[in-house]
Design a binder for this molecule. Structure first.
Ligand code: GLU
Length: 376
């Protein structure tokens, strides 16, 4: 049943760690990268959208600068990341170009994703890139943030990106097979965990015993926590070895590889809970009957034409409540336009938005992916 969900997943986030990518500091492993790229092309051919979250910038920068020891000062690590990022994107770009695929560089911070406006902007850009068939390659913006340099190695970022684009699957490729119940390097009886519930505290305890590689800051604990984060928007996570041949293609074909972490709730319910947990209702939209019907029965987005009244003060990216003429709540969602803009375009067709505002952000007031139906 869970494997079926993996096979059906149409949007993946694939995270590649530093020690794997740079062969534990020996420089970018171009041969290995070429193999993943080939598999990502296979996924694309199967209609799967892929966002790659890749670290390796600090490690590649250290190599380029001739530093054999990882420096302790954060500013040195940040400088190394700035140097190494050039190599990381260069390597991906030439690998993907060989398959006729374009890549895009996305540098993000945790703060960017916590800020509603930037969150929504990042989301729109990523969605647009995926629509264009481009492979977005995400890393932390290490010049301005240090969260992932300190302890994440992009594990947390990968979980956040999974929430951001509502990916159905997060695959974390690492230099270990997955999670064991104890450290297999010290305990020959260590048992491999094939499947567990994301967020299981027992699992965190097991992962904490694993330790991390010399260069990778992540380790199993941050991966298990990233899976818990991914599960909040309903995604499954798999932690698997990036050295396993055809690892991504095998996962796509439903093969049981690595440790699979499953959300406690059914994906749609998790997504609903996730949106609900973000609620900070900034405003209210009163919908006409046509819009109520479109939302409830046709699974449509909310268009400006269906809104009769706009109340409250809110910004693009705020959560607003949508009610029918009786005041009964129909839905809640992340709105693409501010209160001021919404007031100008309410009741008008989407084609009118540009004429009324002078620009168009999105055709929908609330995209259906950002909308949760309330009540029955
Ligand atoms: N974002 C960093 C990188 O890409 C994190 C990894 C690290 O600190 O080594 O290199």
């Amino acid at each position: 049943m869970v494997r079926e969900q993996v096979i059906k997943a149409r949007r993946w986030v694939v995270k590649v760690g530093s020690s794997l990518l740079t062969n534990d500091g020996a420089g970018l492993d171009l041969a290995l990268m070429a193999l993943w790229v080939e598999q990502i092309q296979y996924l694309r051919a199967r209609g799967i959208e892929v966002v790659l979250v890749s670290s390796g910038a600090v490690s590649e920068g250290m190599k380029r600068l001739g530093w054999s020891e990882r420096p302790h000062a954060l500013h040195d690590l940040q400088a190394a990341a700035a140097v190494g990022q050039m190599g990381v994107v260069q390597a991906y770009e030439s690998c993907f170009q060989r398959h006729g695929l374009h890549t895009a560089q996305i540098l993000l911070t945790h703060d960017d994703l916590a800020n509603r406006q930037r969150h929504l902007n990042a989301r729109s850009t990523l969605r647009t890139l995926l629509k264009l068939g481009v492979i977005p390659i995400v890393n932390e913006n290490d010049t301005v943030a240090v969260e992932e340099i300190r302890f994440g190695d992009n594990d947390t970022l990968a979980g956040l990106v999974t929430n951001l684009i509502e990916a159905e699957l997060l695959v974390m490729l690492t230099d270990q097979d997955g999670v064991y119940d104890s450290d297999p390097r010290n305990n020959s009886n260590a048992k491999f965990i094939h499947e567990a519930q994301a967020g299981d505290p027992e699992l965190e305890g097991m992962a904490a015993g694993g330790g991390s590689g010399r260069l990778g800051r992540g380790g199993m604990l941050t991966k298990v926590r990233a899976a818990e984060r991914a599960a909040r928007s309903g995604a499954l996570s798999i932690i698997a070895s990036g050295r396993e041949s055809d690892v991504l293609s095998k996962i796509a074909d439903g093969e049981q590889l690595g440790t699979m972490l499953v959300p406690a709730a059914e994906p749609l319910a998790a997504r609903k809970q996730w949106l609900a947990s973000q609620l900070n209702l900034g405003g209210k939209l009163v919908l006409d009957d046509g819009a109520v019907k479109a939302l409830k029965h046709s699974g449509g987005s909310l268009l400006a034409v269906g809104v009769s009244l706009v109340e409250g003060d809110f910004h693009r990216g705020d959560v607003v409540t949508c009610v029918d003429w009786r005041g009964e709540e129909v839905a809640r969602g992340l709105i693409n336009y501010s209160a001021e803009e919404s007031k100008k375009i309410r009741g008008q067709s989407s084609e009118q938005i540009e004429a009324l505002l002078g620009y168009v952000d999105e055709a929908e007031l609330i995209h259906r992916d950002n909308l949760v139906l309330m009540g029955r």
